[in-house]
Design a protein around this ligand. Structure first.
Ligand code: MTE
Ligand code: MOS
Length: 783
């Protein structure tokens, strides 16, 4: 095991060490306890949901008699049974627990039925007789734009005069393309177990990234104080943004059943219901016009982003904002107008998904840069480089934030060299020249991702540490564990602070009863914020111990040093546990809270100006693919990733995050396709119809590195950087490598119009379309 402090003894193990995820062995052996694995409390009821049959309709009547009479049914609950507020919307309103009048998407929840077994509840839920007055639905972004159907006002971010600059530029490139959504496909679906206590108290075990929001939603729905509700989560079987808000509705239903019946109640969605009833990544339509000079340098740019938000606002305002904040990616836009439309449709309300809109915004800019390159006839990498943010004045974003920590040129130069980009480019050109059916493509894409919640007040976190009299530590904080390794990282920070072995630190379930008023574990900031809060709590206890030891042994405070499981007090040395014993007898408080708020950030949404991000995380990827132009099939042959985690808290976990995020990003842009039937129903609601990447999609040649010299210029915990979301966007290089391979069909003369996801069908369509356009231009030339 690596040594922490150059000392022969060292602690096992502090920060910057590649420690295994605390639950890794339990994940693979099946011993990790998820909510559905918990022993079921006696008398527990199972909850299933009744769903609407239409995407847009008025409910005329709802006959639930047959549901109530079905075998094993204990109770059926509708909107009329809600004592408090029938809404679990995270920001404003519009997300009812149960619909009673107006249905706004197919699969929307009408009622809950609780029965002795899950099977009985599910069977009973299907027996409802609902009469509707069917209304015309708006299903697509295009329809919503045509009807000006929005969940909120459109937003504009601008600097300079884009229109004028485009008009004055040598070349004008305009385009339109589509970006698909994505289902989270967490392995553990949405689940909540509500257990009633006395005096109306409820404990809710919920698979959620946001225990505080679930607590608040439940108390609003039940019409009780928040202090009656305790929400606990030890771990999620994946969240990916899909459990930032989406668990609240099912938690509220379970809570309501428990409140009304006095019995514990579990609501667990099966895969189909989960995919139908919960929001996904927003799909986008992008339109742009850009004016460039001969080498592809951008003079002026207009980008219009239209997102399908679904039936309610939910988190869409912040998600669409983040799309705007990332539609510059690494590029300086001297004159720019970015417009964002938040389309209201009769589909499930879309929600957070790794990248939180930033991914879609970034793909827009990457696509635009790729198109510029194909227009001016230069390699896309070259065009990207001439447009990178640089020195003043080329260092200011469209939202007027200065990019202070720009290291993208360095990262790109590194991976360009280590991946032999230019040599492989020539090899690929030679291959394509002699291969009529199979074509290869390569792409290098950079990533710059802003870290912080753009809603500034959310950037706060708390922690709670107890040291017991034997010197063992109980660690709790507001962050949640979803597989990303947060609990391990925060424990490392505490181990480092106390200079004790990590196995002396007990990682405990997140609970609203221990740390209150938390933010979602989201925006990749879990370790930044909870790590800092836990560190502050540990420092508080440490300074009490230092003061006590100095007084007790009559030495100066600076002679009390914690190192390698020992405390040095002047010339004395004692174990950490021995000092704790003494401090206890000396009546020193051995428990502390820690609180952290991110500094420097501010943002004025009305003016679209400020510093919404504390800092940026960077990365770059080179992907090489092989496509079959007769079938549209493709294979990712090799990927080289270089990602900046600052001075990584845990390089092993961060590498895992980079690899996983890249594959998830690739899945989004290549194989995962959501399809809605004309009746508004989701056709792709099971793994049989929705294809996520599997082990064999990971490239055989996969070279993933963390930036070695990385160090956060800002004072983030131990100079690390957030890693959860940014590397997802490295997957964009797979999409652009596929596009590059298609372009080879026309020897680079015309640009393929490729929409995301680049499924084999879409690749084939793009190949055929390109061939068609080539024959047209050949015919024109012949005339
Ligand atoms: N990694 C795993 N294994 N499972 C997840 O659900 N969620 C991602 C990312 N990495 C996720 C994950 C998302 S969307 C975010 S915002 C971050 O983890 C949240 O955790 P962090 O802030 O601690 O990085
Ligand atoms: Mo992640 S989309 O911020 O939960």
């Amino acid at each position: 095991m690596a040594q922490a402090n150059g000392n022969s003894e060292g602690i096992r193990t502090g920060v910057h060490q590649s420690l295994a995820h605390d639950s890794a062995h339990k994940h693979v052996s099946g011993e990790a306890i998820y909510i559905d694995d918990m022993p079921e409390p006696p008398g527990m009821l199972n909850v299933a949901f009744g769903m609407s049959d239409h995407p847009h309709a008025r409910i005329r009547s709802m006959d639930l008699g047959r549901v109530r009479k079905a075998a094993g049914v204990a109770i059926v609950l509708t909107a009329a049974d809600i004592p408090g507020r029938n809404d679990v919307a995270p920001v404003t309103e519009g997300d009812p627990v149960f619909v009673d009048k107006l249905v706004e998407f197919k699969g929307q929840c009408l009622f809950a039925v609780a029965a002795e077994t899950m099977e009985q509840a599910r069977r009973a839920a299907r027996l409802a007789r609902v009469e509707y007055t069917v209304l015309k639905p708006i299903l697509t972004i295009d329809e919503a734009m045509a009807k000006q159907s929005f969940v909120g006002p459109s937003q504009v971010m601008k600097r300079g005069n884009a229109r004028k600059a485009i008009g004055a530029a040598r070349h004008r490139v305009a385009g339109h393309f589509e970006i698909g959504g994505q289902d989270h496909f967490y392995l553990e679906g949405q689940i909540s177990l509500a257990v009633p206590g006395e005096d109306g108290d409820l404990t809710i075990y919920c698979s959620t990234q946001h225990p505080t929001e679930v607590q608040q939603a439940v108390s609003h729905v039940l019409g009780c104080d928040s202090n009656a509700i305790t929400v606990e989560v030890r771990r999620m079987g994946g969240g990916f943004g899909g459990k930032e808000t989406q668990g609240a509705q099912f938690a509220a239903a379970a809570a309501l059943v428990a409140r009304v019946t006095g019995r514990p109640a579990k609501a667990r969605l099966d895969r189909d219901d989960d995919m139908i009833m919960t929001g996904k990544r927003h799909d986008f339509v992008v339109d742009y016009v850009v004016g460039v000079d001969d080498d592809g340098r951008i003079k002026g740019i207009e980008i219009e982003l239209a997102a399908r938000c679904g039936n309610s606002l939910e988190l869409s305002a912040a998600i669409c904002d983040r799309a705007m904040f990332h539609s510059d990616n690494c590029y300086y836009f001297p004159n720019v107008t970015i417009t964002s439309h938040r389309c209201k449709t009769n589909t499930v309300s879309n929600t957070a998904f790794r990248g939180f809109g930033g991914a879609q915004g970034m793909l827009a800019s990457e696509e635009i840069l790729d198109e510029i390159a194909r227009h001016v006839g230069t390699d896309p990498l070259q065009v990207r480089k001439v447009n990178f943010y640089g020195k003043s004045p080329r260092d200011v974003t469209p939202y007027h934030m200065t990019v202070e920590d720009n290291i993208i040129a360095k990262i790109v130069a590194d991976v360009e060299k280590s991946s032999s980009y230019w040599r492989r480019r020539r090899t690929i050109d030679a291959f394509n020249a002699t291969s009529p059916v199979l074509k290869k493509g390569i792409a290098l894409n950079p990533v710059k991702f802003g870290i912080s919640f753009t809603t500034s007040f959310l950037n706060q976190a708390g922690a709670l540490i107890h040291v017991y009299t034997d010197g063992s530590v109980h660690l709790n904080h507001g962050g949640t564990e979803m597989g990303q390794g947060l609990f391990t990282k925060v424990a490392q920070v505490v181990a480092e602070e106390f200079q004790i072995d990590i196995d002396k630190i007990k990682i405990t379930a997140t609970s609203t009863g221990k740390v209150p008023n938390t933010s979602a574990t989201a925006a990749s900031s879990g370790a930044d914020m909870n790590g800092a809060a836990a560190r502050i709590a540990a420092q508080t206890i440490k300074s009490r111990l230092t003061a006590f030891a100095a007084g007790h042994f009559k030495v100066e405070r600076n002679k009390v040093i914690f190192r390698d499981n020992r405390v040095h007090v002047g010339r004395r040395r004692m174990s950490f546990a021995d000092l704790i014993q003494l401090a206890y007898l000396g009546r020193v408080s051995l428990s502390a809270t820690g609180f952290y708020r991110t500094p420097k950030i501010h943002y004025d949404a009305a003016k679209a100006r400020g510093r919404p991000f504390y800092y940026f995380a960077y990365g770059a990827a080179v992907s090489e693919v092989l496509i079959d132009t007769l079938t549209g099939e493709y294979k990712l042959l090799r990927a080289d990733l270089l990602h900046d985690c600052g001075k990584s808290l845990n390089p092993a976990i961060d590498l895992g995050q980079v690899e996983g995020a890249f594959v998830q990003g690739m899945g989004w842009l290549t194989m995962e396709e959501l399809h809605w039937n004309p009746d508004g129903g989701l056709a792709t609601h099971a793994p049989s119809t929705y294809k996520i990447p599997v082990a064999s999609d990971v490239p055989a040649d996969f070279r993933v590195r963390l930036l070695e010299s990385g160090r956060n210029k800002e004072n983030v915990v131990h100079r690390s950087k957030a890693v959860g979301e940014p590397p997802l966007m490295l997957g964009i290089s797979v999409f652009h490598a596929i596009k590059d391979a298609i372009a080879a069909v026309g020897e680079g003369q015309l640009s393929p119009g490729l929409n995301a996801p680049a499924t084999p069908e879409e690749v084939l369509r793009a190949v055929d379309d390109l061939r068609h356009r080539l024959s047209l231009s050949a015919a024109e030339a012949a005339e």
